[in-house]
Write a new protein. Structure first.
Ligand code: FES
Ligand code: MG
Length: 592
């Protein structure tokens, strides 16, 4: 145990529990923390008080195993000479929350900022996992800037059905197509989907959860090698204990999020995101985190640093394998080492264990080259995001690694115009409109149509809906055409393998060009040049804008809850992280 006199800075918890200049308040603060068994001696011993920000609950099954893991975290904290105080974080369950879990990322963030700032905590263990829980926790720790370490709950075990791996989320898209094609019925659909979730933990595919947990490690916020450990494995218990031990030392060392979350750390994370085939939600969350910690990061940085990186991790949806395989193959350190050998990692970026990412990952071997490829034998040569711009939006992204050979052949291999295609726009206003009309023959959707989803951004569908990946109408699927280009101002599940153009900013509800689009318009997408445009004259576009403004702008559904209204009034667009704009001005709160 470190002697209190060796602390770099006085513990902030002493202002509550051991403040001789304010005995009345000290007594008041002390008494309720005594009433469940902590002693005055402990609370005034100079031991760091370590929060365990608990994201698990019955409402949030992906993170629920943290209720168990927290016991090992506590043992680690206690052993290293700290005192653990566990408290709940507003639950976020990706698959359970209506209208969308991403509505709650900023709500959980706000709540956690208040807890970390307003209570006697010297450091915190962030229990991360399901999609939005990871960014919410990291963003709050970044704003308050007390020593913080993340602990992933880990992915579920691999799902299996009739001898084949079934990946969470990804199987839903496949099962939906099978049901539309009449290959399975509804009970068969449910059985197939449920097979993908065989244990506690988060999605076993490289969806947003595996992505964000890998990136939390690549950023330096988790112990090396910890992100990929499956939730039920004994190693997960062990890393929980080690995480608890380590946070106490981090408090003694005064190692804070601002020391770790530097521009270098973000660039490392962007590169790792490409190599793992990471989710299209990652730019939203990392751009938000960067803004909260005060690092300049733009949507263009994702293309600049990430586009040329090859796809190394062979996980669904871009590849074949699942979470257990990823762990056995070496997880994040093996991926980082591959990039590091090419000089693509800023090796001096500091991590939570007090060492650099270079020291942590140098020499980390790939244990199974089917699952993690070497840099010179990748699954795909370029796995990053292409950033598109034009009169439809100022930015949108496309994940290059999920473009299928069939899609490439149909849309991108016209020798006269490689990487570009034109088509007829079919426009849907929100997911309900799409569900009602997609199979309507009157729309006359054919293989040269481009499906548009608008009204699905941070304002239009509060939080932004994961709805841009739209299936083709039944009548085309029956003819073997399953994939049409999809474009929209919403998001897409990280578990979807659809090559959609997503996260368009500004969204229709914020006056973006998508609001001016009409079904039947010709649109041109040029992936080579990075452009996306409606093919109409500037005059016609100006006319349409005038008409839209006369109608009071793009209409979106009414607020259903107070939070929806509050967030809609102050939220930024996807390209800047969908942050609460006033919150970005509050930084390093614990430093006063
Ligand atoms: Fe929670 Fe995928 S739904 S991690
Ligand atoms: Mg999702």
């Amino acid at each position: 145990m470190t002697d209190r006199t060796s602390l770099k800075t006085p513990l902030r918890s002493r202002a509550w529990f051991d403040n001789p200049s304010n005995p009345d308040m000290t007594a008041l603060y002390l008494e309720r923390y005594l009433n469940f068994g902590l002693s005055q001696d402990e609370l005034q011993s100079g031991k760091p008080i370590i929060g365990i920000a608990q994201t698990g609950s019955d409402l949030s099954p992906c993170n629920r195993h943290h209720l168990e893991l927290a016991k090992r975290v506590r043992e680690g904290i206690r052993e290293a000479g700290g005192i653990a105080i566990e408290f709940p974080v507003h639950p976020i369950q990706e698959t359970g929350k209506r209208p969308t879990a991403s509505l709650d990322r900023n709500l959980a963030y706000l709540g956690l900022v208040e807890l970390l700032y307003g209570y006697p905590l010297d450091g915190v263990v962030l229990t991360i996992g399901c999609d939005k829980t990871t960014p919410a926790c990291l963003m709050a720790a970044a704003t308050v800037n007390i020593p913080a370490i993340a602990l992933s709950v880990g992915p579920m075990l691999n799902g299996w059905f009739r001898g084949e791996r079934t990946g969470s989320g990804t199987i839903v898209w496949k099962a939906r197509e099978m049901m539309a094609a009449g290959e399975i019925d509804y009970p068969g659909f449910v059985k197939l989907v449920a097979s993908s979730a065989p244990s506690t933990g988060y999605c076993n595919t490289m969806g947003t959860a595996s992505t964000m947990n890998s990136l939390a490690e690549a950023l330096g916020m988790q112990l090396p090698g910890s992100a990929a450990i499956p939730a039920p494995y004994r190693d997960r218990q062990e890393i929980s204990y080690l995480t608890g031990k380590r946070i106490v030392d981090m408090v003694h060392e005064d190692l804070k999020p601002t020391d770790i979350l530097t521009k270098d750390a973000f660039v490392n994370a962007i590169r790792v995101n490409s190599a793992i085939g990471g989710s299209t939600n990652a730019p939203i969350h990392l751009n938000a985190l960067a803004r909260h910690v005060g690092v300049e990061l733009s949507i263009d940085d994702w293309q600049t640093y990430g586009e040329e990186i090859p796809l190394l991790v062979n996980l669904q949806p871009a590849g074949e394998y699942l979470g257990e395989d990823y762990y056995h193959a070496g997880g994040v350190p093996a991926v980082v080492n591959q990039l590091m050998e090419q000089g693509l990692i800023a090796e001096n970026a500091l991590t939570v264990n007090g060492r650099t990412i270079g020291e942590n990952c140098r020499g980390a071997v790939i244990e199974d080259e089917n699952v993690i490829r070497t840099f010179d034998n990748p699954l795909k040569p370029h796995a990053g995001f292409r950033v598109l711009k034009g009169n439809l939006f100022s930015s949108a992204i496309m994940k290059l690694s999920v473009i299928s050979p069939k899609f490439r052949k149909t849309y991108l291999e016209n020798p006269a115009d490689p990487m570009a295609f034109e088509g007829k726009a079919i426009v849907f206003d929100g997911p309900e409109d799409y569900h009602h009309r997609i199979d309507d023959p009157a729309l006359q959707i054919d293989e040269r149509s481009v499906l548009f989803m608008r009204g699905a951004g941070p304002i239009g569908y509060p939080g932004g809906a994961e709805v841009v990946n739209m299936r083709a109408p039944d009548y085309l699927i029956k003819r073997g055409i399953t994939e049409l280009p999809c474009i929209g101002d919403g998001r897409q599940s990280g578990t979807s393998g659809s090559p959609s153009i997503l996260n368009a900013s500004p969204e229709a509800a914020a006056g973006g060009g998508l609001a001016l689009l009409r079904t039947g318009d010709r649109v041109r997408i040029d992936l080579g040049r990075g452009t996306a445009d409606i093919l109409i004259s500037a005059e016609e576009l100006a006319e349409r804008r005038k008409a839209l403004e006369a109608e009071g702008g793009y209409h979106f559904p009414a607020h259903q809850t107070p939070w929806q209204e509050i967030q809609r009034g102050i939220v930024s667009q996807f390209e800047t992280g969908m942050v609460l704009q006033p919150a970005v001005t509050y930084q390093r709160l614990a430093q006063g």
